[in-house]
Each structure stands twice: as structure tokens, then as C-alpha cells.
Design a protein around this ligand. Structure first.
Ligand SMILES: C[S@@+](CC[C@H](N)C(=O)[O-])C[C@H]1O[C@@H](n2cnc3c(N)ncnc32)[C@H](O)[C@@H]1O
Length: 355
């Protein structure tokens, strides 16, 4: 799923104007006003920064608490990048670059690989005034992309910020991540919600990300969706949860192989049970990394039905309601009392389900 089409079409016209050699300062106000007033597809969030409406008008690119606030509180701070030497960050779904800007704000030595499908969304960043000076760096990278001064995959050394390297990759993250030849310490996973666009939440895509992560690396997503968390466990991630920001459920923090000093806050016991024991826990799949959202959802429904049949045959099928209420065999509840992390508990319960 992409940002709203009316917005993208409008921005496209200004990309052409820019490519003809016109200065952004001459037209940026006009573009912002057009987006705000004429079509209402640009929204001012509570911290004064702007976000776009998505193709599905019920979903914004950021939550209303603030586009920049969200990047700081859901991505930059929980990643602990402030206390790292020069963290290598994979910034998936970079959009207007808020997450990359927030990362640089907290640690000027970050190396960031930005990945974004929509050129228009990146271009919009050039016309915004995001109140962190690091926005200028991101603007420079985006501007260079549009002016084709530097090749798409080339490292950009910035003179103002020592050691800082930012790369921008434009295209489908599923294709790009496969080709990246690097290991990251941090992955910002900031796709649209899996309910509306599951393509970046599949077991198969997460596997590709996992391969590109350093041993102690962390993946952060605002999404707490059950099939997404289930996919993370299937791939081998160690699940934990961060504080909720602007919504009820906590963000997802997943590690590859966390060091002992990591604070692995367990997800809720209900979520652990749903992932392990109910068909709600069936993850999204996309083995060739080329399916569209509707096909992924349809295939998952088929897999859920199959699982229900299989478990019913061995008398182990529990309805979602029973799983939520804990009206299940005592042995599963006892596993949840063990001093283990959520992924270990989920895997033990899954094994037990088939025993
Ligand atoms: C929730 S927004 C991310 C906001 C962004 N992190 C920011 O700071 O502005 C999701 C973004 O994912 C992009 N996107 C959607 N599908 C994609 C794909 N397959 N590959 C890469 N980017 C994608 C959209 O164009 C959109 O900009």
C-alpha cells in the first residue's frame, strides 16, 4: 500500500518542475497548501509535523500524536542507538525520513540505509520543515537522488557530521533487502499496518531481514499484530515489547540473539497463547517475495482452516475465545509460569500442542 494517490499525483507534478531546474523554495509553500487545502491529504499532527493520508483513507502514515514524536518515541529511543558507537541502521519504509532524522538527532554517527518505494513521499520531505537540523542531511541525500548526481547505491559521506553515511534505495523493500550486502545493528520496520498491507510482515520477508542483522541486533516495529509477532518467532527472533506510544498495545522489539543485559519484557500472556495455540497465530507467507496483499491474506485463511482441521482431528483445537480466557489444558498455563522469554514460551507451547 502506498500513500494517497491524489497526493502522489500532485507531488509528481512538482517533481517535474524541480527537474526542470526550479528551486524548491519557489514552490514548496504552494505544494504544501495544495496538499493541505485542495485535497486534504496532508495532515498536521499534534506536534506540528506533517504526515500523509494513505491509500486507505482511514490510515495515516503516522499517528496523530506527531510524526516526529512517533519516530523519537517508537523508534529512536527504544533502539538505544544513543548509546552505540556508530550504529548501522536499516530504515525500512523511510517515507519522509522522520525515523532517519530522529536517529541522526540522537546519534550523529549513525550509518543509515533508507529504503522507500514511493519517490513522491521522499520528495515531499524536501518541501517540509522538520524541526531537527538533521533534516538538512536527509534532504541533501534525497535531493541528490532526484538530481541523479550520485548513483542510487553509492555511499554519501557528509562533511558536517563526521562518519555519517546515508544511502537511499528506492523500490520494493522485498527486492532491495535481498540484495543488501551488509549487517545491521538496528532495523526500523515502519510499514503500513499488516491489516491493510501484509507484504512486509511475512515470514519470508522477515527471514531476509534476519539474515542481514548482526548477532545482537534489534528490529523495531510499532505493530503488535499477532500474525506478525508469530512470524517473528517462526523466523527465530526473540520477542519483547516496548511501552505503548499513542495506542493501547506496546510496540514490538525483536532481537536476533540478545546479550544478557537486554531487558526482554514479555508480551502479554494472552498474546503468547494466541500465537502458540490458536489459528489467529498463523503468520503471513510469501515464499517468492512477490505476492500482493489480498493473495497473502487469502492464503493465510486457507492455512488457518487446514490447521483447524488438523488440530480438531487430534482433539487439540481451541477456539480463540477459550485461548484468550485461558480455558485450556493446565500444562500450557504451567509453561507460561516458567522464567523464559516470550519466544521460548511460545515454542514450548507449540511443541506441547502437537505432543
Ligand atoms: C507508515 S509509512 C512510513 C513513514 C516513514 N517511516 C517516515 O518516517 O515518514 C509507510 C511507508 O512505506 C512505504 N512502502 C509501502 N510499501 C513498500 C514496499 N514494498 N517497499 C518499500 N516501501 C514501501 C510507503 O510508501 C510509505 O512511505
Amino acid at each position: 500500500m502506498l500513500p494517497n494517490k491524489t497526493a502522489l499525483d500532485l507531488i509528481k507534478k512538482y517533481i517535474d518542475i524541480f527537474k526542470e531546474g526550479n528551486n524548491i523554495d519557489e514552490f514548496k509553500k504552494e505544494l504544501i497548501n495544495n496538499l493541505l487545502n485542495s485535497s486534504g491529504v496532508l495532515v498536521k499532527t499534534d506536534d506540528g509535523t506533517y504526515t500523509l493520508v494513505s491509500e486507505d483513507e482511514d490510515e495515516l502514515m503516522h499517528s496523530r500524536i506527531g510524526a516526529l514524536t512517533e519516530s523519537v518515541e517508537k523508534f529512536a529511543i527504544p533502539s538505544n542507538l544513543k548509546n552505540m558507537g556508530n550504529p548501522k541502521i536499516l530504515d525500512l519504509c523511510s517515507g519522509m525520513g522522520y525515523n532517519a532524522i530522529a536517529a541522526l538527532h540522537f546519534n550523529k554517527n549513525c550509518e543509515i540505509d533508507m529504503v522507500e518505494y514511493s519517490e513522491e513521499t521522499l520528495f515531499l520531505s524536501l518541501c517540509l520543515d522538520i524541526p531537527y537540523k538533521e533534516h538538512e542531511l536527509i534532504k541533501e541525500v534525497i535531493k541528490d537522488y532526484f538530481l541523479n548526481k550520485r548513483s542510487n547505491n553509492k555511499k554519501i559521506e557528509n562533511k558536517d557530521i563526521k562518519n555519517n553515511k546515508i544511502n537511499l534505495y528506492v523500490g520494493d523493500a522485498r527486492k532491495i533487502v535481498k540484495k543488501l550486502d551488509k549487517k545491521y545493528n538496528i532495523v526500523f520496520h515502519d510499514a503500513f499496518s499488516p491489516q491493510r498491507d501484509a507484504v512486509l510482515y511475512t515470514v519470508d520477508f522477515l527471514k531476509e531481514i534476519y539474515k542481514k542483522m548482526d548477532d545482537d541486533a534489534v528490529l523495531i516495529s510499532y505493530s503488535s499484530s499477532i500474525p506478525f509477532r508469530s512470524a517473528l518467532v517462526e523466523v527465530g527472533f526473540i520477542l519483547s515489547e516496548g511501552a505503548p506510544v499513542g495506542r493501547k498495545r506496546g510496540i514490538t522489539i525483536a532481537y536476533k540473539n540478545p546479550s544478557s543485559d537486554r531487558d526482554l519484557k514479555r508480551i502479554s500472556e494472552v498474546d503468547e497463547r494466541l500465537i502458540a495455540l490458536s489459528t489467529v497465530g498463523v503468520p503471513y507467507r510469501d515464499s517468492n517475495l512477490d505476492l500482493d496483499h489480498d493473495t497473502i491474506i487469502m492464503n493465510r485463511e486457507v492455512e488457518r482452516e487446514k490447521l483447524k482441521e488438523e488440530l480438531s482431528k487430534i482433539d487439540r483445537y481451541y477456539s480463540t475465545k477459550k485461548v484468550k480466557l485461558g480455558k485450556i489444558d493446565e500444562k500450557f498455563l504451567n509453561i507460561q509460569k516458567l522464567n523464559l522469554n516470550s519466544s521460548e514460551i511460545i515454542m514450548r507451547m507449540k511443541e506441547e500442542l502437537r505432543n
